[in-house]
Structures are given as structure tokens and as C-alpha cells.
Design a protein around this ligand. Sequence first.
Ligand code: B12
Ligand code: SF4
Length: 501
Amino acid sequence: MSGTNKVVLFYPPYDGPPLGAPLSLLCLASPLLRAGFEVRLVDNLISPDYEKTILRETQDALCLGISVLTGPHIGAAIRISRAVKKLRPTLPIVFGGWHASLATEQTLREPFVDAIVRGQGELTLLELVHRISEGREWGGVRGLSFKDRDRRIIHEPERPVADINTLPAPAYHLADPGIYAAASGVRQLAYTSSVGCPYQCNYCTDQVFYKRRFNAYQVERVVNDLADLVPRYNIEHVPLFDSNFLVDRRRAVAIARGIIASGIKFQWDFQTSTDFLALMSEEEVRLLAASGVHHIGFGTESASQEVLALMNKRFQHVEQMVETARKTHLAGIHVVFNIILGYPGETEAHRQQTFRVMSDIAREYSNVSFSPNIFTPYPGIPIWPQLKEMGVREPRSLEEWETLALGTNVLPWLRGEELRRLRRSLEYFLLNNQIRKVTKKIPWARRSVRRLLGAPVRWRIGKSRYSFPWELWLSRAVEKVVTRRSLLTGQTLAERTQEVC
Ligand code: B12
Ligand code: SF4
């Protein structure tokens, strides 16, 4: 038996604007607290000096848990783990989250990782913490991979995905939204009303994690939670972290109705696919807006039906993108269309088609912005076998995955002149949209700017001619006009994040 009952949970720093307290840790903390354990949450906003905090807090802890997504999270996770192991070599370090769940064997090979909780973490972590606290063996905990006493790697069988209605509510009281508001300028509270998406896009791991099952809270639960949490924490904005919020459109509309009826005022946003929104009536989309939806992110990815088929996205059609833009425009909702560039099998002609169609949509509907990125293969995505055949090298260690920020180009078919042309056409595409937005804001300059810059830019996109890019030089000299936006919230991304592509 251990004399302590403290669990330290760490969320490493990430690129981009803060989205409120890390929901993963708040969810993990809840069952631990109920079982009588003490929980310390650490991230770079709660504790700017997080490294020192963790070293201090882990002195008398039962274990350290770290949440890891592919990319920049990994660097801090490695650094902290090594520092903790130096001071307390026997303290169990447990990794969890999407990266650790999808690249389990490789991550667990690192000497500083003792166990990995695969998939949803609430029940598995609780069971593990009980074992640690009671000094028992770790074998038999479903969903756990770990090193035994001889440092051999053991993978226990999968834990079935839990119905989220059976899990305790996130421990929101552990993180003061004011701390995050100071960094982002908005009092935010992240909320998940459902997990899972029925589709199987072959660049996405949602199907691996949540098994294609849409697993959702009832309408009343969502409305009651929000009506309670928003005033209690004085929240202005709720980003929903659902994989595909509109899978059940009737539920979504009823949630919007419930929020309106509750009289609580706040903004909220979500991600979904255009096929679902396009099926909603204009009134239903207006209802979403009236309840506070001000932004929706869509994984549109391409305007070429051939490329969409290559992505196993046959459920989505260009007409639905147009319909989505039209209905959200009518309702006054801002939308971001994500675009994936360089997908295996995509030709330059496909790409130009995407830029042309998307430019046409944006010209017609001013509420549309874009988030274009070069295809980044994350661990566990179903298309990996094909990527390997095409010469993409899979990172061989945890450390190597750290450099894989969104938009990092690891595609061997996107090199030299091909890459230069992609970048140039992308810059023109973004410039074209930016000109449209800027001239909308300054009507007196509209005609002259459009004539001087807009017309030649549109001509280039139409004809795919990008040599001697004087418009780009001019725009860069005047101001930074080319901006990218976050799919989750629609916020403009930091310059560093924008320039990855
Ligand atoms: C919100 C979000 C973010 C936010 C999170 C901020 C915050 N304050 O919480 C931020 C902005 C950091 C983010 C960034 C990125 N994200 Co993101 N993000 C999401 C999203 C929409 C929701 C995640 C979430 O919080 N869910 C709710 C919580 C409760 O679930 P959870 O995080 O999965 O946590 C559970 C388990 O994973 C596990 N668990 C998690 N951590 C730990 C730790 C321990 C110790 C244990 C035991 C268990 C455990 O238990 C938790 C409770 O069940 C998911 C999509 C989705 N549907 O989940 C994508 C997703 C996780 N992101 C993804 C990607 C690709 C990214 C980026 C890499 C690229 C990008 N989009 O820009 C960046 C890079 C981040 C970085 N390294 O800097 C991928 C995952 C890829 C991967 N291999 O990591 C997802 C799945 C989207 C997708 N379908 O492709 N993201
Ligand atoms: S629709 Fe979105 S969440 Fe669903 S499988 Fe495709 S990319 Fe993943």
C-alpha cells in the first residue's frame, strides 16, 4: 500500500490559441476524485513554470499522467518525463491520448514510459491508479499497455468504448476559466456532447478510436449542463469537441431549441460534415445561429469528386459544400472549410479545380474562410500501408513524431517544382479571398483594389498561371494579408502556425 493518494496530470503546451482547460484531464480527474484520490492538473497556463511544478508535485505522488497528441506536445512530454525519472526513477509515468493510443508499442519502448492507457481513459486510469496505490500487479487492466517487472511490454485486450452517459461529468471546478481567458481574451469552456463519427475517411483515426459509433448525451443532459456551467463560470464561448456534431440532426436542433428556451446567452461552435448541414432546412440553420452558433468547421478537404473518393469521402459532394455555404450565409454563421493538399493520387489539375470551386463559393458567400494544409499523415491512419508503398517514411521513434506539426510536408511526390507550384497557387488562392474580405470592409477602395489586384489574381487562378508573382510581392509589402484560420474556432492562427504549409 502506498502512503500517498495524489495523481499528477499534465497537458503539454500546444501551438495556437488556448481553447480553455484541457478537457481530457478534466474527464480523467473526475472518477479519480470520486474514488478519493487527490488530483493536480498542470499545464503551461495554470503553471507557467510547469516543469518546476511537476517536479515538486511528483515528489509525493502515486503517478504522473501525460496527455499526448502528435506534434509539439511530444517535446515537453519527453523533457518532463526524463526530468521526473531522474529525481524519482520508480514513479510510474503513464501516457494517454491520441498519439499514445495510436502509436502504443513505439511510445512504450521509451525508457521513461511505464504504461499507456489506450482510448478513453476514465475507467482504465482509475483501475490502474487503484493497482498502484495498493501495490498490486498491473496485469488484467483492459485498455492498458505496460512494462512488467522485467520491462517486457504487455498489451492487455481492448476496453470497449464506454457509453459517455455512464461516465462522470468532467471536473470543471479544477480549472479556473479566468486563467485561460487571460491568454485568449475569451472566457471559454470546452464541452463534448458526443464522441465518434460513422464515417471512415482514410486519413482520419476517429474510426480507430471510437469504432464508428456515434455515442451522444441526450438533449436534456446537454441543455442542462450548459444552462448550469455557462452562468456558473461566466462563460462567453463554448467550443464543442465532438467529432461530427450534426450526425443526429434532430438532436442538434433540439439542443439549439433548448438553449434558446433556457434564456442563457453564449456563443458556441462545432465541427461537422457538409452532407449533414446541407440536409438541414434554412429555418433549422437559422435556429442554430439564434442559439449562439457563430462558427462551424467543415472537413471539406477537396472540391474534386475523384480526390474525395480517394479519401473514402464519397458521402460528400461539391453541391453540399455550396448548399452549406448558402444556408450558413443566410443564417449569419461563419464557416471554415478545411482543405487537404497533396493527398496521394491528387494531381495538379485536381488541386486547381479545388481552388477554383472554393474561390467561386467564397465569392458568392462571404461567410466562408479556408484552412488549407499539406496532407500530414498521423499515426494509425488507415491509409498508411499505401503511403509506405508510395515512399512516405513513417517516423521511427516518439521523438521523430514531434516535428510533425499540421501541414509539415513529408510527401515524396510533393517536391521541387511541384511543391513550388502548389505553394504559389495556394498563396494566390488565399490572397484572392483576402482581397475579397479586405475590400468588403473598405467600400471606397473596393473598385480600384479589385481592378488592380483582384482581377489579375482571379485570372491566374482560372488559368493556373503563377510566374512573376507581382501581386504577392505587392501584398506582402503592404501588409500581411494572407491569413489562415483554425478549423475548431475560426480564429486567425498565429503566424508561426500559418507558415507551416
Ligand atoms: C480539441 C482538440 C484539440 C485541442 C485541444 C485543446 C484543449 N484545450 O483541450 C488542440 C488545439 C490542442 C488540438 C491540437 C491538435 N490536434 Co486536435 N483535437 C481536438 C479534438 C477536436 C477534441 C479533443 C478532446 O479534447 N476531446 C475530449 C476529451 C475528453 O477526449 P480526449 O482528448 O480524447 O481524451 C480522452 C482519451 O484520449 C484519454 N486521454 C487523453 N489524455 C490522456 C492522458 C492520460 C494520462 C490518460 C491515462 C488518458 C488520456 O482519456 C480522455 C478521456 O477519455 C479532437 C477530435 C476528437 N473528436 O476527439 C482532435 C484531435 C485529437 N486532434 C488531432 C490533431 C491532428 C491535432 C493537431 C496535431 C493538428 C491540428 N488539428 O492542428 C494539433 C496538434 C496539437 C499539438 N501537439 O500541439 C487528431 C489526433 C491526431 C493525433 N494523432 O494526435 C484528432 C483526433 C482530430 C482528428 N480526427 O484527426 N486539438
Ligand atoms: S467525417 Fe470527419 S471525423 Fe468523420 S471520419 Fe471523416 S474526417 Fe473523421
